[in-house]
Write a protein that binds this ligand. Sequence first.
Ligand SMILES: [Zn+2]
Length: 264
Amino acid sequence: MSPPPSLVYLMYHELEEPGRPLCLNEPGYVRYIVTTANFRAQMQSIKNCGRRGLNVSEALANPETGGVVLTFDDGSETDLITAAPLMCELGFNATFYVTVGFLDRRGYLSRAQVRQLSGLGFEIGSHSMTHPYLSDLSQEQLTHEIAGSKQELEQITGLPVNHFSCPGGRWDRRVASTAQEAGYRSVATSRAAANSPATNRFALGRVAVMRGTSLARFDALSKGRGLVGIRLGDTARASVKRLLGNAVYDRVRARILKNGPKNH
Ligand SMILES: [Zn+2]
């Protein structure tokens, strides 16, 4: 029996344009930033394999189509000025998860740019109000972050906002149930796994494309290969996070990255 069809959801952040300052310069941020040249090569390689970049709604509606799901977190301005033109050129779509509290800050999308991105036919999702670790929040704060951001983004785009992604990948059952109650149709995590129709839509896996991801590695990941190895590393990190708590973990990680990042 063949396994159910599964799709890989890729996770991008800001892209690095030559000569353009990044939103943040911390090593923990920069390692998630892919250069425009690498991004272009990655998109081209999807195209060359006869596959298409999809948004989350397309993928959930047609899991058998093949293709690769493209998602972007945070709502950086490069979503519109770098990613969107290339994807229009290639006939791809994508979901842009926007953090409402970052709108109109330097390097991030403005409200008008979110409308523009949505007007081009791209999908706007929510990445919370203020980008906190959701698993640290009270229920009241969680509802504000998840339901409040949905309302704001719907006012900006004039369209339903159906998909949510978790800041820092922090997910728990409360996040899933709060999102479901708020009317979302999916929640994306940072767990490195492909998604099949059997996957819980409120805990979708995603694979981070990193600054150091080679094109060969990208090709493998986008086809769902090599994900187990990433998950093993993630599991080890998750146990350390649980032991230390998010705040201490972040301080320790920042110190390690400063002294030469090998692995986070
Ligand atoms: Zn984020």
